[in-house]
Design a protein around this ligand. Structure first.
Ligand code: FAD
Length: 423
């Protein structure tokens, strides 16, 4: 057994990935300690879309009703052309809920984070702050982390859920983040401020256009309105350090349709998010140190699955732990190596698919010229009840590679997009 005072699991990072995993493992009777570098637990940003593959897990955790009471269940997801506002395709989210058994919803990021934080507190997870982890090391049947103040913490399992700029990833893999040259501006404003902007209050609307896109949906029971403006930064393409600045925001959306143009002045201008991902990697588990969430598989956000994948990671790991614990003779040590191998066997491939599809999705959304018109024609021809693009993502989270559904083959758009840009 783990020595007194030492947790069974150390989780580094108290974002949505770290907290949801801590909660999932504590439900299995494990003692979990979370080490978060910030002085307080919290989230920055605005809205988050959570698809049925996530709400299914929230329901299992008994947290879906709370999420619904804080968020919004929209009626449709509509994709429009950002220049002429024409509808390209639409998903009826009520049908979607019937198909997958769980809702597609939107929620403020800090509300979802708060739900997991409160659940962790109720479950007795130890939540520590001001814990800056600077190094990781495997030991015999355990692992330890080194903190900036010189202290060392150890446990049979260490989960690195320390985000896009993960220290663990730097130490264990050593790769770099990949810049997309795109930047996101966000805003959540009282809904009164946008009532006359031609918005669809009950829908998630995505306007896709040349080198830009714009997302809108209501939040917090419909009292707030969330907007995300994303564009390709000319300064980033020119190799300048200071890219993605507000002057670029205004220039990038010139020529967009009325609703988008009216939305731009409302964007927060004191903070912006440069869009990075990383190339997929195959090894997330190093002895008793496991990468999870953005530390393992940061995507571009075009599939709106980043936080969801992190939540799925924790659920899958906890499920495998529980299965192995149940099969083991009483009094034996938990089979962490088995659980970690099973986790890696299924999650690496699923998340690789999401990461690479998100990149292709971004290219498709941002097409210009002739390619844009071709895309629009293909999208308009999609049947409203064609779920080819959602089944492999929104269905039940696979626990084994056999359960992972077949995936559609993304159309290789890279060369078209590149030619387009050059023209
Ligand atoms: P993070 O949220 O980055 O958390 C990491 C935590 O670790 C932080 O609290 C940090 O302080 C802590 N930490 C870091 N380093 C250390 C250290 N050395 N020691 C101790 N603690 C440390 N996802 C969706 O599912 N749906 C969406 O609609 C969606 N929209 C998005 C829109 C935008 C514009 C962006 C940028 C992202 C979006 N995402 C979305 C992705 C999602 O936000 C991320 O994938 C998700 O938040 C990752 O969670 P995480 O816990 O792995 O990492």
């Amino acid at each position: 057994p783990t020595p007194a005072g030492q947790p069974d699991v150390l989780v580094v990072g108290g974002g949505i990935g770290g907290l949801s995993t801590a909660y999932a493992l504590s439900r299995q009777g494990l003692r979990v300690r979370v080490l978060e570098q910030a002085p307080e637990y919290g989230e920055v940003g605005a809205g988050l879309q959570i698809a049925p593959n996530c709400t299914r897990i929230l329901a299992e955790y008994g947290l879906l009703d709370e999420a619904k009471s804080l968020g919004v269940v929209p009626e449709n997801m509509v994709m429009r052309d950002a220049l002429d506002s024409q509808v390209l395709t639409r998903l009826d989210l009520r049908d979607l809920e019937r198909r997958y058994g769980f809702p597609y919803m939107v929620i403020h990021r800090s509300d979802l984070h708060g739900i997991f934080l409160r659940a962790c507190r109720r479950a007795g997870v130890e939540l520590l702050n001001d814990q800056v982890v600077v190094g990781y090391e495997n030991t015999e049947g355990a692992a330890r982390v080194l903190l900036k103040d010189g202290r060392v913490e150890s446990a049979p399992l260490v989960i690195a859920a320390d985000g896009l700029h993960s220290v663990a990833r730097r130490q264990l893999i050593g790769d770099d983040v990949v810049s997309s040259s795109y930047v996101a501006y966000r805003a959540a404003v009282p809904i009164e401020q946008v009532k006359d902007n031609g918005i669809a209050e009950n829908d998630v609307t995505v306007y896709v256009g040349p080198h830009r896109h714009f997302v809108q949906y209501a939040l917090r029971g419909g009292d707030m309105f969330n907007q995300v403006a994303v564009f390709e930064s000319p300064k980033a393409l020119a190799g300048e350090e200071d890219w993605g600045t507000p002057d670029e925001l205004d220039a990038a959306f010139v020529g967009s349709c009325d609703t988008v143009i009216k939305g731009i002045p409302l964007m927060w201008r004191d903070r912006w998010w440069r869009m990075f991902d990383r190339d997929p990697i195959e090894t997330w588990v190093h002895g008793r140190i496991a990468l999870l969430g953005d530390a393992a598989h940061p995507p571009l956000q075009y599939m709106a699955q980043g936080a969801i994948m992190a939540i799925e990671d924790g659920w899958v790991l906890a499920q495998h732990y529980a299965r192995l614990a149940e099969a083991a003779p009483a009094g034996t040590e938990p089979d962490w190596d088995g659980a970690l191998a099973a986790y890696e066997a299924v999650r690496v491939e699923h998340c690789r698919r999401v990461q690479t599809t998100a990149r292709a999705w971004g290219e498709l959304w941002h097409l210009d010229g002739e390619s844009r018109l071709q895309r629009n024609a293909i999208m308009r021809a999609r049947d409203a009840d064609d779920y080819t693009f959602t089944d492999w993502v929104y269905g039940p989270t696979a626990l084994t590679p056999d359960e992972e559904p077949e995936m559609f083959t993304p159309i290789p758009l890279s060369s078209a997009a590149v030619e387009d840009r050059a023209a």
